[in-house]
Ligand binder design. Structure first.
Ligand code: PLP
Length: 436
């Protein structure tokens, strides 16, 4: 089943009824771009409550790595749920959590022995990494990047610098956080290496000189590819430069692989594309194919906090751990390779669309983590914000789910089971929508 199939005007009557109830009883803080109400799904195809079928290139915000309800994941969940659903790894032991920690130790982009802290979400992974870095270094400062997204709880939100609305009204946030520029090669007037050098120089020559001494900095927290910020791929020299700065000054380098990890980029972790080795890696989203799980993996000597320092009742829930182990097996057995192959095919098709449609300013990404930035004018690179929003709507009406990222980009983040035929469907629909 590759093609979308839209049978009713959107939203259909059943979807509309549910959305009306949602409007009355659910928090108004969520941002729904279009009225999609899921009933079921299989692979990269999702069906709404009115029987309309969509090609899913959003994957529940880059979460459903193995597709919707992959049978192996469902089996792992059911098997574990039939034995015990919860015990709390904070106070008791269970094998699924240990097994997953062992598996993560063998794949995390960290040198040497690795230990894992278990939470429930990306933001909890960020919180754990902030606390761990402060505890380990006995320092307070944190460097994060403009455009970044690390979560919305108070510590994570203090690092997040993606959209002002996410911070508005919630201050004061955590003290000691400094934001530096993240390199955006497409918008930089010069080479990628010059772009990296300028961003690194700001930290070294200004931030460390004028704002905070490096020996007061506990952590540098960075996404190897900025996700919510617009699927921005930095020059490798930037990430390598951060590694050097961190090592030189005894700063913990925290790499946020929450969105870019678990095979999405065609390697298990985006860090691998850049030869980047972290001290701490945060992972969530795709790790358990949709069950809630967030983990903080750290070099064993960095994860030096004592019993009682940090924990979470539900963190590392056995059912989530079982889903994660099944997910990792599927990723290793072919889905990472599929993300690389189908991602390259999609990228080539998008570059063709770029030649045809002047609205496409930039196509960037790795594997199945692809951003398309829309501009009104290729010379001035004026951001096509309304056009981006209209494109997301138009693709929805044509049966393809995508989300925006940054001010004027769309992100393509399908399940890693996406087939070449489905990628072609995506390209056809995007071509039609852009021609509209
Ligand atoms: N870090 C990154 C890079 C993310 O993209 C996100 C969510 O989009 C988070 C952290 C926060 O994850 P969660 O929404 O699970 O708290």
């Amino acid at each position: 089943m590759d093609a979308p199939d839209i049978k009713t005007p959107l939203p259909g009557p059943k979807a509309k009824a549910i959305i009306d109830r949602d409007k009355r009883f659910v928090s108004p803080s969520y941002t729904r771009d279009y009225p999609f109400v899921i009933a079921r799904g299989e692979g990269a195809i999702v069906e709404d409550v009115d029987g309309n079928r969509f090609l899913d290139c959003a994957a529940g915000i880059a979460v459903n790595s193995t597709g919707v309800s992959h049978p192996d994941v469902v089996k792992a969940i059911c098997d574990q749920a039939g034995k015990f659903i919860h015990m709390s790894g904070t106070d008791f032991y269970y094998e699924p959590q240990v097994r997953l920690a062992e598996e993560l130790a063998s794949i995390a982009p960290i040198d040497g022995p690795v230990r894992t802290f278990f939470g429930n979400s990306g933001t909890e992974a960020t919180e754990a990494s902030i606390k761990l870095a402060r505890y380990h270094t006995k320092r307070q400062g944190i460097i994060a990047f403009l455009g970044s997204f690390h979560g919305r709880s108070m510590g994570s939100l203090s690092l997040t610098a993606s959209k002002a609305i996410q911070r508005r009204g919630f201050g004061p946030l955590l003290a000691g956080v400094f934001h530096a520029r993240f390199p955006e090669p497409y918008r930089f007037n010069g080479s990628a290496d010059e772009c990296a050098a300028e961003c690194l120089s700001y930290i070294r020559d200004q931030l460390f000189v004028q704002l905070v001494a490096p020996d007061e900095v506990a952590a540098i927290v960075v996404e190897p590819i900025q996700g919510e910020g617009g699927y921005i791929v930095p020059p490798p020299a930037f990430l390598q430069g951060l590694r050097e700065l961190a090592s030189e000054h005894g700063i913990v380098l925290v790499v946020d692989e929450v969105q870019s990890g678990m095979g999405r980029t065609g390697k298990m972790f985006a860090s691998e594309h850049f030869g980047l080795r972290a001290d701490v890696v945060n992972i969530a989203k795709g790790i358990a194919s949709g069950l809630p799980l967030g983990v903080t993996c750290a070099r064993a000597d960095v994860m030096s906090w004592p019993a009682g320092a940090h924990a979470s009742t539900f963190g590392g829930n056995p059912v989530s751990c079982a889903a994660a182990s099944a997910t990792i097996k599927l990723l290793k057995d072919g889905l990472v390779a599929n993300a690389a192959a189908v991602g390259a095919h999609l990228m080539a098709g998008l570059r063709e669309l770029q030649r045809k449609h002047s609205l496409i300013g930039d196509v960037r990404g790795l594997g199945l983590m692809i951003g398309v930035e829309l501009v009104r004018n290729r010379e001035t690179k004026e951001r096509a914000i309304d056009e981006r929003n209209a494109l997301v709507q138009s693709m929805f009406r044509r049966g393809v789910l995508v989300l925006g990222a940054g001010k004027n980009a769309i992100r393509i983040a399908p399940p890693l089971v996406l087939t070449r035929a489905q990628a072609d469907t995506f390209l056809r629909v995007m071509d039609e929508a852009l021609s509209e």
